[in-house]
Design a protein around this ligand. Structure first.
Ligand SMILES: Cc1cc2nc3c(=O)[nH]c(=O)nc-3n(C[C@H](O)[C@H](O)[C@H](O)COP(=O)(O)OP(=O)(O)OC[C@H]3O[C@@H](n4cnc5c(N)ncnc54)[C@H](O)[C@@H]3O)c2cc1C
Length: 386
């Protein structure tokens, strides 16, 4: 059993972190305040090969593995969780899904401009009345000749307002319930009405989130992703990979919380000594370290298994492990950020201290990609299934 990252993974982590520190750290606070990421960033990330991490080179990607995807998002989140979230929705939820489920024509048409950062990708599943109950979606796709007409509302969609392509789930045969769901590739500029509204958030500000309204929006039948009425298998496979990659996104914030806390505990003097000398502060630091280390090991295991599960391996095992890795990452990262806020005392409330931004960002790690409650339900269900 080897617990060390490969040289390639270590180099990737270093280069992503160096880039983020140099190019993004100086503007991270501004991104949060203005709720806007600079336009240049996507093509830059495309040039660096971080927009289509798990897509093979023939379609413009980098041909790396799920562990590389986790590492990439982890290092981005240490500096700017908002940028990392948009990159997650793009490279994993959209590109990886398209790559795994798309036919040759779809891969050739959509992946190169997505992997280069020319277009930003999204995935639209959630609706105002269907979040945890994902198969309860009400968006309708009505067949008319060789097209489908999409009608309904998607909400909370990361990159939604600016996406050049998105994977979207709709009901093609509503009376069949989960067996009547189909995945589509949707892009702006087709016939019919499609409007996007930017939503204001408390955290991950800068990552655009939108409500998307479709009224008889016309999508050609060749844009069905996977097979007609087989959308649930695209959805469930995608959610497993989303949870694995989301573990990296979430852990990066807990790691940053620990780094900031160690620095502050060494520098802040009270009662004539650095606060790091007080045992109640040391306890928090130790808890953060244990949480981060254990969640990271689970992420490594889940990411490694995702690689083989993706090739038709252990279906329910990755389902359980991916949910467990993200559940733990969400819990320990949120706890680490809460500890960091406590360690920084009153200064943590000042907007120019990055810990308050982390606090607003990290909570999403327990909500997106299935809430903590849903992750526990998945884990228990898979174990009981035996
Ligand atoms: C910033 C942000 C970005 C997002 N990006 C995307 C995106 O790109 N694409 C996308 O499709 N979606 C996205 N989402 C949506 C996200 O996946 C959902 O918010 C999430 O799945 C929860 O759904 P909900 O908000 O409707 O909560 P609900 O499902 O209404 O849940 C409310 C509460 O009830 C609990 N609950 C629900 N069912 C059960 C149960 N059976 N047992 C116990 N407790 C239960 C939940 O755990 C939660 O605590 C995003 C959300 C946010 C906030």
């Amino acid at each position: 059993m080897d617990f060390e990252l490969s040289e390639a993974h270590k180099m990737l982590a270093e280069s992503v972190y160096d880039f983020m520190l140099r190019e993004i750290d100086p503007i991270a606070e501004q991104v949060d305040r203005e709720d806007r990421l600079p336009d240049w960033v996507w093509k830059k990330l495309g040039q660096l090969g971080w927009m289509g991490v798990t897509v093979t080179e023939e379609y413009g990607g980098s041909g790396m593995d799920y562990l590389a995807q986790c590492i990439c998002l982890e290092q981005m989140s240490r500096i700017c969780p908002a940028l990392s979230l948009s990159c997650h929705a793009h490279s994993n939820l959209c590109c990886d899904n398209l790559y795994r489920n798309g036919n040759e024509q779809q891969r050739r048409r959509y992946l190169p401009p997505l992997c280069s950062g020319e277009k930003l990708g999204a995935l639209a599943l959630t609706e105002p009345n269907a979040g945890s109950d994902a198969v309860g979606i009400q968006m309708r796709a009505r067949r008319e000749g060789r097209h489908y007409l999409l009608s309904g509302i998607k909400t909370f969609i990361t990159n939604g307002p600016v996406a050049g392509a998105m994977v979207l789930y709709a009901k093609t045969e509503p009376e069949k319930g989960a067996k009547g769901i189909t995945a589509f590739i949707v892009e702006p500029g087709l016939e019919g009405t499609f409007t996007a509204r930017h939503l204001e958030k408390m955290g991950v500000r800068g990552s655009p989130t939108g409500e998307l309204i479709f009224d008889e929006y016309r999508v050609p039948e060749e844009n069905i992703l996977g097979a007609l009425n087989q959308g649930v298998s695209v959805m469930m496979g995608g959610l497993d990979m989303e949870r694995v990659a989301g573990t990296g996104w979430t852990l990066g914030m807990g790691e940053r919380a620990l780094e900031l806390s160690l620095k502050y505990a060494r520098e802040r003097v009270q009662f004539g000594q650095p606060i790091g000398q007080f045992q109640l502060i040391q306890e928090k630091l130790a808890d953060m370290y244990i949480g981060m280390e254990s969640a990271k090991l689970l992420m490594y295991r889940a990411a490694t298994m995702a690689q083989t599960a993706d090739r038709g391996g252990k279906g329910s095992e990755i389902n359980k492990l991916a949910a467990a890795a993200l559940l733990l990452a969400g819990q320990v990262s949120t706890q680490a950020v809460l500890h960091a806020v406590q360690i920084h005392g009153g200064y943590s409330y000042m907007l120019d201290y990055p810990v308050n931004r982390l606090l607003r960002d990290v909570k999403l790690g327990e909500i997106g990609a299935g809430t903590s409650e849903m992750r526990k339900i998945i884990i228990a269900r898979e174990m009981l299934r035996g």
